[in-house]
Design a protein around this ligand. Structure first.
Ligand code: SF4
Length: 441
């Protein structure tokens, strides 16, 4: 059974309220942290090996150490709660059921970074959660854990919740900052990076909800102990939101030493494929990572078991880096149509493109049109190569990673499931009523 650090108290009734959270030992990590120096906290976070849980997997301690500290200029912590990646809902779970874990993590992180005013930027569709967060903030303030001179340390900290307008692109950190400043959420060119010029041109750290929540157990058990959980550079625990054709969709906390097979088939996690069907493929880290066929998902190209961690999910057979992504684990059974799923994703990215860069603005729409044509049985063989060509011209040629995110699913679908695309084109009548199935693989 995986060790629980973040969700260990999630089952306790009333844990979302200060009194219950405090009774379970809540805010003791904050009390401990406020007796440490900011540099000591930074060293603990570095020692923990915590990697950003939003998708990029960048080491959190290193990110914090890049924060510029010019004399007299305020600094900010901004929590990215714009969780919009299809298939990803772990941050929603944390905020809805354990809001004080996030607030406590923000207090410790704000103290470490020197942020007296910190923000939670939350996606507009999570319409009921800001009230939960604001209530938790008020409770923490009433108990002396936020506001002026916290616990008599002289440190002041206010936290504000800002609702987004429902644009996926505002999950990109610079678009988020633009939106938080009240502007249209267009990504900025980097450099300068937010650590130097972020919110209102002030040094800013933008971190995912789960990353900031993880700071609480890191301070609690120490960074060195946290680093002993997991394996290699995949330290600590990781929240995974599992969905699709499985028996037990939900949010799971894993310690990154379990295999993908165990995660899918064990009753402790997904409980196997629904209706006894067979596994066809999976998108293991939210829609921005490539789709992976079952044979490569369960075993590496060398025949070793594949594990649920950053390294193993990056080990050969994929188009890009690690597939841990945002922790959104989407399972597809034997009846699912890869062309249809790829088309749905292409439509999503086309809809969410901010339109600043030509390859993304034009390319995503073009890919969607071609995929729609193939899906409807109106495609031509040369369309597959055209799709391949378009995605190659998008990848790496845009301001922000949305372009790459739109290109990778198309590339992976063609790389691993080309036969299925060809079947659609060769069988225009059949593909409207049947799926290619699994028997052909
Ligand atoms: Fe906008 Fe797409 Fe360019 Fe990102 S890649 S800045 S979403 S047009």
């Amino acid at each position: 059974m995986s060790k629980k650090l973040l969700l260990k108290d999630a089952h306790i009734e009333g844990i979302r309220y200060f009194e219950t959270y405090r009774k379970q030992g809540g805010y003791t990590a904050a009390e401990k942290a406020l007796k440490m120096t900011p540099d000591e906290i930074l060293e603990e976070v570095k020692a923990s090996g915590l990697r950003g849980r939003g998708g990029a997997g960048f080491p959190t301690g290193m990110k914090w150490s890049f924060l510029a500290k010019p004399e007299g200029v305020p600094r900010h912590l901004v929590v990215n709660a714009d969780e919009s990646e299809p298939g990803t809902f772990k941050d929603r779970y944390l905020m809805e059921f354990l809001p004080h874990l996030l607030i406590e993590g923000m207090l410790i992180s704000s103290y470490c970074l020197g942020s007296n005013v910190s923000y939670i930027y939350i996606r507009g569709e999570y319409s009921w959660i800001p009230d939960i967060l604001e209530e938790a903030i008020e409770e923490a303030k009433a108990a002396g854990f936020l506001g002026k001179n916290i616990l008599g340390t002289g440190f002041d900290c206010e936290i504000y919740v800002q609702r987004g307008g429902g644009a996926y692109i505002c999950g990109e950190e610079t678009a988020l900052l633009e939106s938080l400043e009240g502007k249209r959420g267009n990504p900025r060119l980097k450099p300068p990076f937010p650590a130097v010029k972020g919110l209102w041109e002030r040094p800013t750290v933008v971190n995912n909800v789960e990353s900031i929540a993880a700071v609480v157990p890191i301070i609690d058990i120490t960074g060195a102990e946290y680093a002993k959980i997991g394996v290699g550079r995949s330290t600590g625990t990781k929240l995974i939101s599992a969905c699709g054709n499985i028996n037990k969709p939900g949010v799971y906390e894993i310690d990154m030493t379990i295999t993908v097979e165990e995660f899918i088939y064990s009753d402790e996690y997904c409980g196997g494929i629904k209706d006894g069907k067979r596994l066809k493929a999976c998108i293991p880290g939210g829609s921005s990572v490539p789709i992976v066929p079952a044979n490569l998902l369960l075993k590496t190209v060398n025949g070793e078991p594949r594990y649920m961690n950053y390294e193993s999910l990056a080990d050969g057979g994929f188009a890009t880096g690690t597939m841990m992504g945002s922790g959104g684990f989407i399972v597809l059974d034997e009846d699912q149509c890869i062309v249809e799923h790829t088309m749905t994703l292409a439509r999503f990215y086309n809809h969410e493109s901010c339109g600043q860069c030509t390859p993304c603005r034009e390319g995503t729409g073009w890919m969607y049109k071609i995929l729609k044509k193939i899906e409807k049985g109106e495609g031509k063989m040369e369309d597959i190569d055209l799709l391949w060509d378009i995605q190659r011209k998008i990848e790496g040629n845009t301001i922000c990673p949305l372009g790459d995110a739109a290109a990778w699913p198309v590339a992976a679908a063609i790389r691993h499931f080309r036969d299925e695309f060809e079947w659609h084109i060769k069988n225009p009548e059949l593909c409207l009523t049947q799926n290619y199935g699994l028997a052909n693989y």
